[in-house]
Ligand binder design. Structure first.
Ligand SMILES: Cc1cn([C@H]2C[C@H](O)[C@@H](COP(=O)(O)OP(=O)(O)O[C@H]3O[C@@H](C)C(=O)[C@@H](O)[C@H]3O)O2)c(=O)[nH]c1=O
Length: 214
């Protein structure tokens, strides 16, 4: 069951919406399909780790990224409502420093695809929320980095949540201009995930990121 796929203002950051089937005992949907993900993004099942995180209202996390082991992340919310932000941290990118934010709720099954080279943050809008993240690399403590969530250069329009609850490491994170960022050669290893005709010949896509309905 293919996702509905739409690009955001940052065209590599995609919103994927699976078809939810309502049945008499509840609902059912394919929350991940390697075939449909390949068709939507051009990446052939790059994921190696799932992260399940729970947080209460006002918890603000990020902007997180991993230097040397850049993550792509497929983010979904399985309980509550969460405002997610993706920030382009590729120094060489035309959209470097630009961000896109989007509230996701558990009810529609929406997922946000944030490719490697972007940072990710979120704030919890509901009383509590649970977020599931499929990641394209493992977490390496020594490589984890954060850019300051309220950096004026990023000018992220966070929704109001009162006083946000922020980990000390995130509160003290460097601003974009002082942060260690992605240089082109550090992302080259991610090319290995790109696929042309690898999915048992069933799906053929271009080797460029290409939203289905772009
Ligand atoms: C990220 C991560 C954390 N942990 C553990 C380490 C620590 O004790 C605890 C909390 O870790 P953190 O403080 O990094 O959790 P958190 O501040 O929620 O960080 C997360 O932020 C969001 C935006 C992401 O995208 C995630 O990848 C991750 O960076 O969970 C793992 O075991 N595996 C993991 O992959």
């Amino acid at each position: 069951m293919p996702y509905t796929c739409s690009a955001t203002q940052l065209p590599e950051v995609l919103v994927l919406e699976p078809k939810v089937v309502n049945i008499d005992r509840g609902f059912c949907f394919e929350s991940f399909s390697a075939r449909d993900f390949l068709e939507a993004t051009g990446y052939h099942n790059p994921f190696v780790q799932d992260l399940h995180t729970r947080a209460t209202h006002g918890v603000l996390v990020g902007i997180h990224y991993q230097i040397h082991h850049p993550h792509g992340k497929l983010v979904r919310v399985i309980a509550g409502r969460v405002f997610n932000v993706a920030v382009d941290l590729r120094k060489y990118s035309p959209s470097f420093g630009r961000s896109v934010g989007m509230a996701i709720s558990s009810d529609k099954g929406q997922q946000l695809w944030i490719p490697p080279g972007f940072g990710h943050g979120f704030v919890v809008l509901s009383d509590a929320a649970e977020v599931l993240i499929k990641a394209t690399d493992y977490a390496y403590a020594g490589h984890q980095r954060s850019v300051r969530w309220n950096d004026a250069d990023l000018a992220i329009a966070w929704p109001a949540v009162g006083t946000p609850i922020i980990a000390a490491a995130d509160a003290q994170a460097p601003c974009l201009r002082d942060a260690e960022l992605f240089m082109e050669n550090r992302l080259l290893s991610t090319q290995r995930w790109k696929s042309t005709r690898q999915f048992r010949g069933q799906v053929q896509v271009s080797n460029r990121l290409q939203p289905r309905n772009a």
